[in-house]
Ligand binder design. Structure first.
Ligand code: PHE
Length: 337
């Protein structure tokens, strides 16, 4: 018996001393292997008197199990330690500063997100319409009949199909009013196309953001407050503004909202063509004919509309002096803003 006990004690010490998995496997072979200590004990069975053999066999088997269990337990311990060590070796601290360059939103996207957020706060929804329009939505329904000289104002491109790459987002006013009755509060940001000579403040493909508010008893005061609030939000301060009378067939009265030139603070410079003001938002009270062409009764409802020159607003917001810089693919501009 003492032989078995001391063998177990020795095995337990060897198991505990095994510092890694290969060493532990050596211990396993030493005790449980074909030529191991426990096999040797079993071989002794034959030499015992017959009545002692079953008892001895049971004890050796019990020892075999004890040693096996001890090996398994240690193996689990060593495996866990190995995993921990591997984790620690591969530890990555994601909060460490890095030289990697992160992505950035384009200034147009940033301003667009801000405009949408601003108007959401006023209860406006975002609406959209197709970039390729028909003459009805781009012109006729907006009180610009065929052969009317006002059509020339928009330097329209025509497709061979007769369709029109929309010259303004005002077509979305029509599409919205065709589908829904007032009260309506929408903004419609999107691309527009005109046969323009490209320069610092004009592009042939550009962005506008239309706005339309139709309800009962809407006044020019609502229009003024809404647009002044928008300009203040986008510019980040109460920049001086002014409204000038202007003509657009789909509004009456028609107005242009100017802001004081941010480049010269109203002194006059080449960007504001020495006038001290920059036109940013054409607007006005929706013409009764437009409401009528969409099946809305102008005796009951009225409202205002505006068509913000979006790229120009982005330009002013960030102090960029040439619109083309927004599209020339220069990533430094995008990263800096
Ligand atoms: N659609 C006009 C343009 O692009 C702008 C505008 C929109 C004017 C809404 C008044 C009201 O020139």
């Amino acid at each position: 018996m003492s032989q078995l006990e001391s063998l177990y004690a020795q095995a337990a010490r060897d198991v505990a001393a095994a510092g890694d998995l290969p060493a532990l496997d050596g211990v396993r072979v030493q005790y449980l292997g074909k030529k191991g200590a426990i096999k040797a004990l079993l071989k002794q069975t034959g030499k015992l008197p017959p009545e002692e053999r079953p008892g001895w066999g049971q004890k050796v088997n019990a020892l075999n199990k004890q040693v096996t269990d001890a090996l398994e337990a240690r193996k689990a311990e060593l495996q866990h330690a190995a995993e921990q060590a591997a984790l620690e070796a591969g530890w990555l601290d994601p909060t460490l500063p890095t030289a990697a360059r992160t992505g950035a939103l384009h200034p147009i996207t940033k301003v667009l997100m801000e405009v949408v957020d601003h108007f959401h706060g006023l209860g406006f929804e975002v609406a959209s319409g197709p970039e390729i329009e028909d003459a009805f939505h781009n012109f006729d329904a907006l009180n610009i009949p065929d052969n009317h000289p006002a059509r020339d104002v928009w330097d329209t491109f025509y497709l061979t199909t007769g369709e029109i790459p929309r010259t303004h987002t005002s077509s979305v006013q029509i599409r919205t009013m065709e589908q829904r009755q007032p009260p309506l509060r929408i903004i419609a940001p999107g691309k527009c196309f005109r046969n323009e000579t490209i320069d610092a403040t004009h592009l042939a493909a550009f962005n506008q953001c239309e706005g339309l508010y139709i309800d009962r008893d809407v006044t020019v005061g609502h229009l003024k407050a809404t647009l002044e609030g928008l300009v203040e939000r986008l510019m980040g301060y109460k920049v001086p503004t002014r409204f000038r009378p202007a003509f657009y067939p789909f509004v009456e009265p028609g107005l242009d909202l100017d802001i004081e030139c941010i480049f010269c603070k109203g002194e006059g410079c080449s960007i504001c063509k020495y006038g001290g003001w920059i036109e940013v938002i054409p607007c006005g009270m929706v013409h009764p004919n437009v409401l009528r062409s969409c099946g809305i009764d102008p005796e009951e409802f009225n409202g205002f509309a505006f068509g913000m020159g979006f790229d120009r607003m982005v330009m002013l917001r960030y102090g960029i002096d040439d619109l083309r810089r927004l599209y020339d693919g220069n990533l430094d501009l995008v990263r800096k803003l």
